[in-house]
Design a protein around this ligand. Structure first.
Ligand SMILES: C[S@@+](CC[C@H](N)C(=O)[O-])C[C@H]1O[C@@H](n2cnc3c(N)ncnc32)[C@H](O)[C@@H]1O
Length: 492
């Protein structure tokens, strides 16, 4: 069992042989966590963080196994991999994230100065000052069991059982993958653990094999669990058909439904059970439809007093209460200088556009996942919103066609919330090309890498007046992990 974090735990973790290597550079987290452990955070450390930029490694947190880590339990190793800040008090976690966002914004400022896009900060600013305010990070109202969506893999457990449901440690390349149950993870709600446990029991009873390596055969793959704040639960089981006939697959579907409705899995009280047959790692509803085997087709969630329908493959922020803080923040930033049109780029189920709709004349939203666009249209009428238009397709295709004719009296605000891949440069070019777009609110859960490229494109010498950052607000959506959302306002 995980005990509450103490500072000496941090030192224990650091001396236990786990080397923290993050997207921010291997030394970054080590330096920062050590520093915090000694209560010695000073602006000098920002200097070290800045130095760490030059040898940054991109990508998610990875952990390198160093001698001595065998002393940790499998559960602790998993917790260190998935929720690497779990040993720290929440206050310390927020402090770390604030430093991290500061570092990212310094990198952005450096990049703009280096490329001659913006002027050097004035003389009274030191190298570690930003030329625009970075507001204090907004905490998540909920810190434990906050996830509304979890995906559990199937692989070989510590005891060698290949029908183990949980999270991976190790790598395929290192041939040392071990699947550990996520029961002890601080961000995991009870219901998700329950469905994962039942699914494990079900596949252990099933006569067919799990699918671990696609080319080696087997069928049962990961399960995704979605829950909402009133306790409704949706489970989506992914299944590799290999060479089974439709009739043979039907037998397994029936067994799955029976287990979760009349068998031991009934304890999960699933409101929806979906099944997706796919031979690809990730597969859209268009490529391989989500088959509703039992219950309701959608899950609903309430956000800031509005109701939202969510399809199995539609995006929804993973921490609903923190998402309310994020959307409230966007609303406040928008209110600062009201324009009459909002462009909601990468709109998912339409949450941002619908929340802002009462403040503007018109919302135009663009989203690539068709089911999410259907949800968004449904959500607008569910909330009596009539001034939103939802367009299905890639933003880089739709916006260049839309922008030349888009007119507005008071100006346009673009709210962009892309996935980790960032926005295509054609989206930025299109936004830059229309002078009516006066403000752009960029929301990113990964404000380095591709998003950094976008920041540069927004401020660089593309045709059209450049933007400049005016304020940034971090919002913690993922307690115990190193991630948070960063909202940056650009204006021109
Ligand atoms: C981080 S989510 C944000 C969704 C929404 N703003 C919200 O708060 O729920 C990113 C969304 O961008 C969509 N997306 C990804 N690539 C896209 C593209 N090229 N054009 C339009 N939408 C895209 C994804 O399907 C996803 O719904």
């Amino acid at each position: 069992m995980i005990i509450m974090p103490m500072l000496h735990d941090v030192q224990r973790v650091l001396s236990s042989g786990w080397k923290y290597v993050s997207h921010c550079g291997g030394s970054l987290w080590r330096i920062t966590i050590c520093t915090l452990a000694k209560n010695e955070v000073t602006s000098g450390h920002v200097q070290k963080l800045r130095k760490g930029l030059s040898n940054r490694k991109k990508g998610n947190i990875i952990h390198q196994k160093l001698p001595g880590n065998e002393k940790l339990s499998w559960e602790d190793r998993l917790a260190d991999a998935v929720t690497p800040l779990w040993h720290l008090s929440y206050g310390k976690q927020l402090h770390l994230k604030q430093l991290q966002q500061h570092r990212i914004l310094l990198e952005m400022s450096d990049l703009l100065v280096k490329d001659g896009i913006s002027r050097r900060p004035s003389l009274h600013l030191s190298r570690d000052d930003l030329s625009f305010p970075l507001m204090p990070i907004k905490p998540s109202p909920v810190r434990y069991g906050y996830r509304n969506k979890s995906t559990f893999s199937v692989n070989v457990g510590v005891d060698g059982n290949p029908k183990t449901v949980g999270f991976y440690l190790g790598s395929g390349k290192g041939k040392n993958i071990v699947c550990i149950s996520g029961n002890h993870l601080l961000n995991m709600p009870v219901k998700h653990k329950m469905v994962a446990k039942c699914y494990e029991e079900f596949i252990r009873l099933s006569p067919v094999d799990p699918c671990i390596l696609f080319h080696e055969g087997g069928h049962w793959r990961e399960v995704t669990v979605r829950t909402n704040s009133v306790g409704n639960t949706m489970a989506i089981v992914h299944f590799h058909p290999q060479k089974l006939t439709e009739m043979e697959i039907c037998v397994h579907k029936r067994a799955l439904v029976d287990y979760f409705t009349n068998g031991p899995g009934a304890v999960c009280a699933l409101d929806s059970l979906y099944f997706q047959e796919t031979s690809m790692t990730r597969c859209s509803n268009e490529d391989s439809p989500y088959q509703l085997l039992h219950g309701k087709s959608h899950i609903y969630e309430e956000v800031l007093g509005r109701k939202f329908r969510i399809s199995p493959d539609a995006f929804f922020q993973v921490n609903t209460e923190a998402a309310e803080v994020l959307y409230h923040t966007v609303g406040e930033l928008y209110l600062d200088r009201g324009q009459d049109t909002v462009l909601d780029v990468c709109s998912g189920t339409g949450v941002i556009g619908i929340i802002l709709s009462s403040k503007v004349k018109r919302v135009i939203a663009i989203e690539v996942v068709e089911q999410a666009v259907k949800d968004a249209k449904h959500n607008a009428s569910l909330n009596d919103v009539f001034n939103c238009e939802f367009l299905a397709g890639k933003a880089e295709v739709i916006l260049p066609q839309l922008m030349p004719s888009l007119k507005s009296e008071l100006g346009v605000t673009a709210v962009v919330n892309p996935s980790r891949a960032g926005l295509h440069y054609r989206v930025i070019r299109a936004l830059r090309s229309n002078p009516a777009v006066r403000r752009l609110i960029y929301i990113s859960c990964k404000p380095w890498g591709e998003a950094m490229r976008n920041f540069k494109e927004l401020c660089c010498s593309f045709p059209g007046e450049p933007f400049r950052p005016t304020v940034a607000v971090p919002v913690d959506m993922f307690p115990h992990t190193t991630h948070c959302e960063l909202v940056i306002v650009f204006e021109r």
